[in-house]
Write a protein that binds this ligand. Structure first.
Ligand code: BGC
Length: 358
């Protein structure tokens, strides 16, 4: 059932053509007192969520809302109880980046009962009809950009190969992970099938390449095992597809400790500070920049529309079915980042200071 749903979603993702980017349309301040918005974030451990939370809080306050911002240390029970508190303390809208997309059905039924609207933030909340909108980046496009990068760098259509590839994706409870993996594997699978790409570990299917909690340590220990079984004899590893920066960091740490051959291509996502530093040092090849300021601005527009009883801005009404129907979505555009353009993207735009990347 899940597999079928996933392939329907992927087909829809490929067909989706409504993407128009993600403008920064934060509403002007209305001076406070517009009601309370609960913002539930998964964890402070990963840098991007700190940025998401801070941007949401700042922009919601500027638009006149009270904000209850909570982080749940990647613990599902903690996130559920934080949402229960938001409901009982009078939040009018909930903005939720779920830890496990399938675990919020019961608490969100309570929200619906209380007339509270829910926006799924970045990650889709599955199997709940309480979700009104979904604000995210084009997750399938993230994977496509990573796969295309490997394809171009190895010149897979012309070079003789074969090239050795290993694959690391994200948490199975995060619906996004399947889109990232799906986008990349759709580009790379033909070359795995015709033998130009060889995955020596044999680990290709989603379940075999998933990383619980997106954890750097889990990715690192899986890479340790892959190197010792397949690359310790000097066999060259040409590329590692990593769906995001936390997994890329684990892979990089493992390679630094255990691998002596030529450095492989390594992909990533988020432009976390540690990973941008690795890009500058030549240890990570690319990342995907998802400007969380733009995602926050779009989400605040959605909150505003809900509060005013108007329609929220969406640009995709076909891709993201959460099991209860398609959730109207706004997909921001993910941007390719590497050592050549990071200054413009990250420093000139004020996302990071130059000092943060030293
Ligand atoms: C987000 C990624 C992030 C990952 C791990 C995903 O849902 O879209 O940006 O790297 O979670 O936190």
């Amino acid at each position: 059932m899940k597999k079928k749903l996933f392939s329907v979603m992927l087909a829809a993702a490929m067909a989706a053509s409504l993407l128009v980017g993600c403008g920064s349309g934060a509403p002007a301040s209305s001076g406070g007192g517009n009601g309370k918005v609960g913002v539930a974030m998964p964890t402070k451990d990963l840098q991007r969520w700190n940025q998401d939370g801070a941007n949401m809080e700042k922009q919601l306050k500027a638009a006149g809302y009270d904000v209850d911002l909570q982080y749940a240390s990647n613990d599902i029970a903690t996130q559920v109880s934080q949402i229960e508190n938001m409901i009982s303390s009078g939040a009018k809208v909930l903005v939720i980046a779920s830890i496990d997309g399938d675990s919020l059905g019961t608490v969100l039924a309570q929200a619906k009962e209380a007339g509270i609207k829910v926006i799924a933030y970045d990650r889709l909340i599955m199997n709940s009809d309480a979700v009104s909108y979904y604000a995210t980046f084009d997750n399938y496009m993230v994977g496509t950009k990573q796969g295309e990068y490997i394809k171009q760098q190895l010149d897979l259509d012309n070079a003789a190969g074969p090239f050795n590839l290993e694959i690391f994706t994200g948490d199975p409870g995060d619906n996004n992970a399947r889109f990232f993996y799906g986008g990349a594997i759709d580009v790379l699978k033909p070359y795995i099938d015709n033998g130009k790409l060889v995955v020596k570990s044999g680990q290709v299917d989603f379940d075999n390449v998933a990383t619980a909690n997106w954890s750097t340590e889990n990715a690192q220990s899986r890479m340790d095992a892959i190197i010792s079984a397949n690359y310790a004899d000097g066999t060259k590893l040409d590329a590692v597809l990593c769906s995001n920066d936390s997994t890329a960091l684990g892979v990089t740490n493992s390679l630094e400790a255990n691998y002596t051959g030529d450095w492989p291509i390594i992909t990533g996502q988020d432009c976390d500070i540690a990973n941008v530093k690795n890009m500058i040092a030549g240890k990570q090849s690319m990342s995907i920049f998802k400007d969380t300021r733009d995602l926050a601005a779009k989400t605040v527009e959605m909150v505003d529309a809900i509060m005013k009883g108007t329609e929220a801005p969406v640009n995709d009404t076909s891709t993201y079915d959460n099991g209860t129907g398609v959730i109207p979505s706004y997909l921001c555009e993910p941007v390719f980042a590497d050592v050549n353009n990071y200054k413009t993207l990250l420093i000139d735009s004020g996302y990071y200071t130059e000092d943060q990347l030293k």
